[in-house]
Design a protein around this ligand. Structure first.
Ligand code: UD1
Length: 423
């Protein structure tokens, strides 16, 4: 049970390199299962979710080893086990994306329903629909497991009602070694999907269209190995930008793709921050109080990311005026509001819309991170607050940020991490 102790009111400043993307690293690690060889992944963020994925892969028969802090070698030559135990499946939602590659490789998979952040209903019906259309026989068992079987998957047309990130990835990975061509219409268009396509093609797959509204996958017999560098984490970058905006800071982020953050940057500018972008860097300068925004509505990429909604809520809590923020992707992603209210925020909720009336300042107190991005939001609120805030539940934050406290210390924040039971 780790916690952060944060003394607010200090502007953060300096230059920081952005970590590799969690949401890219996880599916790309899973994609290695399709390869009979040793792949090397660079710029992998060393996070607890990445560790869980490594354990799942080792369980399947892969050899996984770190070189330094961000290079991961994954040898899947001996992958032979499609049974993933419940305790690993439950540790994160993304565990489910191993189903597609395991099915493609072994023709048989046995998993439980996935776990993950407590941010609302996270269905898997689209994953099941897609895999079933590719020819998998899917049998739920009494013990809570689901079995997938297919001697040979067959390419087909798959239309997604919702552009689900995980379902798109699972279907892409199952389809790369299927017989014939698979067409996914209305797939997710996130940069992480493009990164997955890039890696799969390096392995020898024939995937095109990622980032657009149709992905085409021509099945190939088998895949080799490759070296690949994971794209920068746009949500980790966005979180640091919001932290800089709230504290009146001056921060330059390097090793980032500004184009992946267009909407986030536009909203921060609307709030009064000055932002300059170059090919691989972003500088934010924030002076004085932020302004409210009329409307933020979360949407699939390239819309406003749901993974930035809690952090913006924290920033808007002390902006001048009234902001309206609607969460359209997840139905339970407002758990940070109660904690922000404990710090003095004035936020009312009507169904999936939050109305945030900016207050002069937030005040330090004890708060609890209930999920990953809620945790990031509380850290941001604490950095801008008067006095000392204790953020409990840092293990949630560790799922997505590589030593966030170190990153913020580098930028001059007053933050300490303590392990152990509650004070
Ligand atoms: C991924 C990201 C997560 C981000 C989310 C939305 C990873 C590891 N995680 O999660 O950080 O918040 O995208 O950008 O990449 N849905 C269904 N049926 C399904 C699948 C999804 O109804 O079979 C719904 C979900 O309940 C949710 C919406 O689709 O309302 C989006 O979910 P999805 O894109 O699948 O999110 P994840 O892949 O879980």
């Amino acid at each position: 049970m780790g916690r952060y102790i944060i003394r607010g009111g200090r502007a953060i400043s300096g230059t920081l390199s952005v970590q590799g993307a969690k949401n890219s690293a996880l599916p790309i690690m899973a994609a290695c299962i399709l390869s009979t060889g040793k792949s090397v992944l660079d710029n992998v963020p060393r996070l607890t979710d990445v560790q869980v994925m490594a354990e799942i892969m080792q369980m399947a028969g892969a050899k996984v080893a770190w070189t330094g802090n961000s290079t991961l070698s994954i040898d899947c030559t001996d992958v032979d086990n499609g049974d993933v135990p419940e305790h690993l499946m439950r540790r994160m939602r993304s565990s489910f994306i191993v189903v597609g590659p395991l099915l493609g490789r072994l023709g048989r998979v046995r998993v439980t329903y996935p776990g993950g952040c407590a941010i609302g209903t996270r269905a898997i019906d689209l994953h099941l629909m897609g895999l079933s259309k590719l020819g998998a026989r899917i049998t739920p068992t009494n013990s809570g497991y689901i079995e997938f079987q297919a001697e040979k998957l067959r390419g087909t047309q798959i239309d997604l009602d919702i552009p689900s990130v995980g379902a798109t990835e699972n279907i892409m990975m199952a389809a790369v070694t299927a017989q014939g061509t698979t067409v996914i219409s209305n797939p997710a268009r996130e940069p992480e999907i493009v990164d997955l396509q890039c890696f799969l093609n390096k392995l020898g797959a024939k995937v095109s269209g990622a980032g657009s509204d149709v992905i085409v996958i021509e099945g190939v017999e088998s895949l080799g190995a490759a070296r690949h560098s994971i794209i920068p984490d746009r949500i980790a970058a966005g979180t640091l930008l919001v932290a800089a905006a709230v504290t009146g800071g001056d921060v330059t982020l390097t090793d980032v793709v500004p184009g992946h953050l267009s909407v986030v940057i536009a909203k921060l500018r609307e709030m009064g921050a000055e932002i300059e972008t170059q090919a691989n860097s972003i500088r934010i300068v924030s002076r004085g109080k932020l302004q409210s925004v009329n409307k933020i509505v979360t949407a699939p990429y390239p819309g406003f990311p749901t993974d930035m909604q809690p952090q913006f809520m924290a920033a808007l809590a002390t902006a001048r005026g009234v902001s309206v923020l609607t969460e359209k992707i997840f139905d339970g992603r407002f758990k940070h509001i109660d904690e922000l209210r404990r710090m003095g925020a004035n936020i009312s909720v009507d169904n999936r819309t939050a109305i945030i009336r900016g207050v002069e300042t937030l005040y330090g107190t004890n708060v609890v991170a209930t999920d990953l991005r809620a945790g990031a939001a509380l850290v941001i609120a604490a950095l801008g607050a008067q006095g000392v805030t204790v953020v409990e539940g840092v293990s949630h934050i560790d799922r997505g940020y590589v030593a966030l406290e170190q990153q913020l210390l580098t930028l001059g924040a007053d933050i300490t991490r303590r392990e152990g039971e509650w004070a």
